[in-house]
Design a protein around this ligand. Structure first.
Ligand SMILES: [Zn+2]
Length: 312
């Protein structure tokens, strides 16, 4: 058995975004043809091409770039990468497709969240993808990579433009951000720890819980997260994600009722909650290390919960 069959022909590629082992893309190889799942930013393109080369493949061997959703840490580099892949088509949720063809609104939205300076530094240029290279993937649509079926399932909750991709061969899901965040720094004797992500602006708790249950219903062997990498023990992680979504909603409602500086209260209480969860998980890191690793996610989760509160 060669390496490609032992690992189902799937590589995890570190896009280099933000910090090491934070943001993953995936390369799937089947009989000399390739697909990328997510792509990081414009700055990630050389890393993706290098991963392709390491499998003995050329840019012309890539048939698909599949986006789980169009948040820029997953999709920002799509246009730049597509320019390097002469035969590839871009597969994306119907709600995401218009934003890949004309990214102006996406850029404006992300700039509102992250600020202009961070946009320029971390994301680079957001290059449009020509409309004739874009394929909209509705719920239940199957794409084939050299005959290997990959099933797209609509998974709202983190974002309404989110799909997850089921690979029957490996019995695993490419989950984007639907199955939360699981950083390897938090691994303990119990295995991985995962927390939900409520990044602005389309967090919806009940659809997110339903999406997680739908993923678990296929009894997957693994979930392949963007942040970060493949994880097992998926039934335990899924149950813990649902508990934490409910807790985050309760924290948000309490912060709303308390008045005063809602954002500061949310950041403080979410931070305390995740520290307590990580501790209970048996992670050896000290509290300040946990807070440092989660600082950006706590801020984004607080912002997203507030957008959700204000939608009413
Ligand atoms: Zn996202």
């Amino acid at each position: 058995m060669n390496a490609a069959s032992a690992d189902h022909g799937i590589d995890t590629v570190d896009t280099g975004f933000h910090r090491p082992a934070f943001d993953a893309a995936y390369l799937i190889v089947e009989r000399g043809r390739a697909a990328f799942v997510d792509c990081g930013t414009q700055h990630s393109v050389p890393r993706l091409l290098q991963a392709l080369g390491a499998r003995g493949l050329a840019p012309a061997d890539v048939d698909w770039l599949i986006l789980t959703h169009v948040h820029l840490d997953h999709a920002g580099g799509a246009g730049a990468l597509m320019r390097q892949l002469p035969n590839a088509r871009l597969l994306v949720h119907p709600r995401g497709a218009p934003h890949m063809i004309d990214p102006a609104r996406l850029v404006a939205g992300a700039t509102a969240v992250y600020g202009a300076e961070e946009m320029a530094r971390s994301y680079g240029d957001i290059v449009p993808v020509p409309a004739e290279r874009v394929v909209s993937a509705g719920d239940g649509c199957t794409v084939e990579l050299a005959g290997r079926p990959l099933l797209c399932v609509d998974t709202p909750g983190h974002a309404r433009h989110h799909l997850c991709l089921w690979d029957e061969r490996s019995r695993s899901w490419f989950t984007g951000d639907t199955f939360g965040l699981s950083y390897r720094e938090f691994d303990s004797a119990r295995g991985p720890y995962a927390l939900p992500t409520s990044t602005p602006v389309q967090f919806e708790p009940e659809p997110l819980k339903a999406s997680i249950r739908a993923l678990l219903a296929r009894d997957p062997a693994a979930m392949r997260l963007t942040h970060y990498g493949p994880v097992g023990d998926v039934q335990r992680l899924g149950a813990e994600l649902i508990v934490q979504i409910d807790a985050m909603v309760a924290i948000a409602r309490a912060a709303q009722a308390a008045g005063g500086d809602r954002h500061a209260r949310l950041v403080a209480q979410l931070g305390d909650y995740y520290v307590q969860r990580v501790r209970a998980h048996g992670c050896a890191l000290d509290e300040s290390q946990v807070r440092t690793i989660l600082a950006v996610d706590i801020e984004l989760n607080a912002q997203g919960l507030q957008v959700w509160l204000d939608r009413g």
